[in-house]
Design a protein around this ligand. Structure first.
Ligand code: TRP
Length: 327
């Protein structure tokens, strides 16, 4: 089963990205052939100036390598360096009824978030996503819950393409990332740069300390001497994930033997220690190295993509390119 997944370079890599996606990718690459990419075309749907994404592309790639994506094992590439994906998006759009795309809930949400930039690219976002997957004939697509509607649409479009032309593509399916979705520092929403409730992973210790100390704690515990409610406290939820002896801390909290602030201090140090190896790898990576890794990965992805496109053009009934790659 070939695996493919991508991430948009829209902000600092955070704990939500790590637990919700990258950690799972690292596991998958041990057993499967994997394609992972930085979705810079997708980022243009909300920020049309690609220059603004340059640093973020570097950051995200370096972070992915730092947390364990191994570019000698997986193909790690930059989406826009494989422009075949744009042609495939166009061709998929010809067999995609408008009404199918109009149903996608994320479009409505995004349009609400960016009311002054509701563009066609944003509308066809899931078709570009489908092209990402189909271009390398990916079958397993690790994604979070928020992406399931896209995957469902991609599956429908895949069937429609195969039916209309020829059975070129295997039908991809979502591999649900099985992590307890932790909430951000506000204790309310999942982590997101826009909400401003993130905790970093490869950031400097001071940054992580500050973010963790800003966490909203047990609101039903106004005084340090009041007993805590670990079941509903966001900080305690983190303990369950990051401390083997979390039950001990929950008990201390219940008995008011540890305060919320002290719990946050301990948690910050725990995370900083846990992420130390990531930080160390990250610090060693130069922009030159990172861009060489992306170049090499993109070349590999492009080889696969151009072979797919030969098949696709043939199926659709378009002439082959002169000197078609892969021929
Ligand atoms: N839309 C995904 C997200 O925002 C990123 C993405 C783009 C993706 N193309 C993909 C994920 C293909 C899986 C497969 O998280």
């Amino acid at each position: 089963m070939r695996i493919l997944s991508g991430m948009r370079p829209t902000g600092r890599f955070h704990l939500g990205n790590y637990l919700g996606a990258a950690k799972n990718w690292v596991e998958l690459q041990k057993e499967h052939e994997c394609f992972f990419f930085v979705a810079d075309y997708h980022a243009l749907t909300t920020e049309p100036d690609g220059h603004k994404a340059e640093d973020k592309v570097f950051d995200l790639t370096a972070d992915l390598i730092a947390v364990g994506i191994d570019p000698t094992r997986s193909v790690l590439y930059l989406q826009s360096k494989v422009p075949e994906v744009a042609e495939l998006t166009l061709l998929l759009s010809m067999v995609t009824p408008l009404s199918w795309v109009q149903r996608v809930p994320t479009f409505k949400q995004m349009a609400k978030q960016h009311p002054d930039n509701v563009n066609l690219g944003l509308f066809s976002y899931p078709i570009l996503q489908g092209a990402d997957i189909l271009m390398v004939k990916g079958v397993g697509v690790p994604v979070g819950k928020d992406q399931l509607a896209h995957l469902e649409l991609v599956r429908e479009v895949t069937r429609k393409f195969n039916r209309t032309y020829a059975p070129v593509f295997p039908e991809p399916r979502a591999l649900m990332t099985e992590t307890n979705l932790i909430k951000g520092t506000d204790g309310k929403q999942r982590m997101s740069k826009t909400v401003g409730n993130i905790i970093g992973v490869t950031d400097d210790p001071e940054v992580i300390r500050k973010q963790v100390l800003s966490m909203v704690t047990d609101v039903k515990r106004p005084r340090r001497t009041d007993p805590g409610h670990p079941r509903t406290c966001n900080v305690c939820a983190y303990y369950k994930l990051f401390f083997d002896d979390w039950e001990h801390y929950w008990e201390l909290c219940r008995k008011a033997q540890i305060g919320c602030y002290d719990k946050k201090k301990l948690l910050a140090e725990r995370l900083i220690e846990l992420f130390r190896p990531f930080r160390e790898v990250r610090a060693e990576l130069s922009p030159g190295q990172v861009s060489a890794i992306l170049d090499e990965g993109s070349e590999k992805a492009r080889e696969v993509a151009s072979r797919t496109m030969v098949e696709v053009r043939q199926a659709v009934g378009l002439p082959s390119y002169l000197n078609a790659p892969g021929r």
